[in-house]
Design a protein around this ligand. Structure first.
Ligand code: BES
Ligand code: MN
Ligand code: ZN
Length: 511
């Protein structure tokens, strides 16, 4: 999709569709007497005039994602005018704007429209934030998971070009010069394309995204953006004594892959070295503790944490912040077989700690245990992992929020700021020492499953044993990496959650 920035007067723009946000500026709660006060978010009188009649008819309420499409709008050069509801002005922010851009793309592409212009609602969101938000939302909305559909017509329903219209002088204030806005737009594009790159990897079924194929995709991407990428197989995993990772991998005929991506820019301070660790179980059958058949097909997305880290590295390589980052992706299948590990088995992790396997379906924490240990061995000073780790996090937070766990409050604050910037929904869960009780073992240092209650937390407590004293954050994205039903702004399927927060987080360490 082409993106370009324009400072034309909106009514003078020749486009297939001019998209303008409408907000409800009535601050009181809605009651029968309390009609919405709908405003058209453009300083161009002609645009407001074109929308006047339909608004005074009461048809337009400004409700979030409400769409009103006018053809041949009077006084406008655009072929169509789309009034896009953004909800209450009071609560409108960059995160809402991002979703609206996605909704505009999804509405228009379904009508076979190929290009449009989106007016930044500068009174509500300054252009410096609005421009990248619109780009990000538009790319996310343009993603189509129907990759293997043979019907070309359906596949080709995509937007080819979006123009972002900045009017500049709003209430006498100049809101950022053209060069800065152009850079913001390009940065938004890099992040959004990286998010879609991750979604592409996650969308692939397990027969088309084996650990080996994932390593190949990472290498190809790395070569394109100038990153260093190495992928190791079973020999290296055994040589590093990654007994926990290998315990999972040993059951599969597909070779595992330990993927390492390095970003080491000149001029970065050497006291900070971020480690990004991703769970990449390309298919999780549960192993010998096999999962029920119902819904098992979805376990192809159990590599989303790893795919996220690969996407983050792509964005970082292109955005070039001055901070050293290493990503470690532990890729394997979790299969039952004659070679598979069994409940009761004891594995010795790379750190030397012993693990009694209670449930072979608690495999994510095993591969991450060695990934975290390896990151520390490589000298990482701060660790972040992302994983579709537990069904329990879905019980706790549903499909809305990802779970955040943090061993260090300062690091958490940094992450929470980045997360707020990125506009992704996440919620912190606790890591009190009391939770450690449930992962005690009779025979070994710990068990790999703490049972049903507080399952997301006991899984995180297990990981903490391997992060040791290195400040560490764990993101459990089991409930949020896959969108269960289509939303106005995003298709059903892989969401690309956490990528934007992680990119912001990494940028925040720039020296
Ligand atoms: N990959 C699953 C977690 C998962 C569940 C991801 C739902 C996405 C959606 C993980 O490996 C798993 O099976 N966890 C078990 C742990 C249990 C055996 C302690 C779970 O959550 O049931
Ligand atoms: Mn599992
Ligand atoms: Zn899993």
């Amino acid at each position: 999709m082409n993106t370009n920035l324009s400072s034309s007067v909106p009514s003078q723009l020749e486009t297939d569709c001019l998209v303008v946000v409408v907000l409800d500026r009535n601050e009181k709660d809605r009651s029968e007497k309390d009609k919405p006060v709908v405003t058209v978010e453009s300083s161009d009188d002609a645009v407001r005039e074109a929308a006047k009649d339909v608004i005074s008819s009461g048809e337009v309420t400004g409700k979030t994602f409400e769409t009103t499409l006018l053809h041949r709008p009077a006084g406008l050069k655009a072929k169509r005018l789309l009034l896009l509801g953004g909800g209450k002005a009071k609560t409108f922010s960059g995160a809402e704007l991002r979703k609206l851009a996605g909704a505009a793309v999804r509405t228009l592409k379904s009508k076979s429209i190929r290009s449009f212009a989106f007016v930044v609602p500068e009174t509500a969101v300054p252009a410096r934030q609005g421009v990248p938000a619109i780009v990000e939302g538009a790319f996310v909305g343009n993603f189509d998971p129907g990759y293997y559909k043979s019907d070309r017509n359906e596949k080709d329903q995509k937007i080819d070009a979006v123009t972002i219209v900045v009017q500049g002088n709003v209430q006498g204030k100049v809101q950022g010069d053209a060069k800065a806005l152009e850079n913001a737009m390009q940065a938004g594009r890099i992040v959004a394309e990286s998010q879609n790159f991750t979604r592409d990897l996650v969308n692939e079924p397990s027969n088309r995204m084996t650990p080996t194929m994932m390593a190949e995709r990472a290498k190809k991407m790395a070569a394109e953006v100038g990153l260093n990428c190495e992928a190791y197989g079973a020999d290296k995993i055994k040589q590093l004594k990654m007994g926990a990772f290998w315990g999972v991998a040993q059951g599969s005929d597909e070779p595992p892959a330990l993927i390492v991506l390095r970003y080491d820019p000149v001029g970065a301070a050497d006291k900070v070295h971020l480690g990004l660790i991703g769970k990449a179980v390309t298919f999780d059958t549960g192993g010998i503790s096999i999962k029920p058949a119902d819904g098992m097909e979805k376990m192809k997305y159990d590599m989303a944490g790893g795919a996220t880290m690969i996407g983050v590295m792509r964005a970082i390589a292109l955005l070039k912040p001055k901070v050293k980052v290493t990503a470690i992706i532990c890729a394997t299948e979790n299969m039952p077989s004659g070679k598979a590990q069994k409940p009761g088995d004891v594995q010795i992790a790379m750190s030397g700690k012993s693990i009694e396997i209670i449930n072979t379906d608690a495999e994510g924490r095993l591969v991450l245990a060695d990934g975290l240990c390896y990151a520390r061995q490589l000298g990482c000073t701060h660790l972040v992992d992302a994983a579709t780790l537990t069904g329990a996090v879905v019980v706790a937070l549903g499909y809305v929020n990802a779970g955040i766990f943090a061993s260090d409050d300062q690091m958490y604050e940094r992450f929470a700021n980045a997360n707020k910037q990125a506009g992704e929904k996440m919620w912190r869960l606790p890591l009190d020492d009391e939770y450690k009780e449930v992962i005690k073992s009779n025979i070994a240092d710990m068990v790999n499953s703490g049972g049903r209650y507080g399952g997301a937390i006991s899984a995180a407590m297990f990981l903490k044993e391997f992060a040791e004293d290195t400040p560490w954050i764990h993101l459990d994205i089991a409930g949020t990496a896959w969108t269960e039903e289509a939303k106005p702004w995003i298709a059903k399927g892989p969401s690309g959650i956490a990528l934007r927060s992680l990119v912001e987080f990494v940028k925040g360490w720039e020296s």
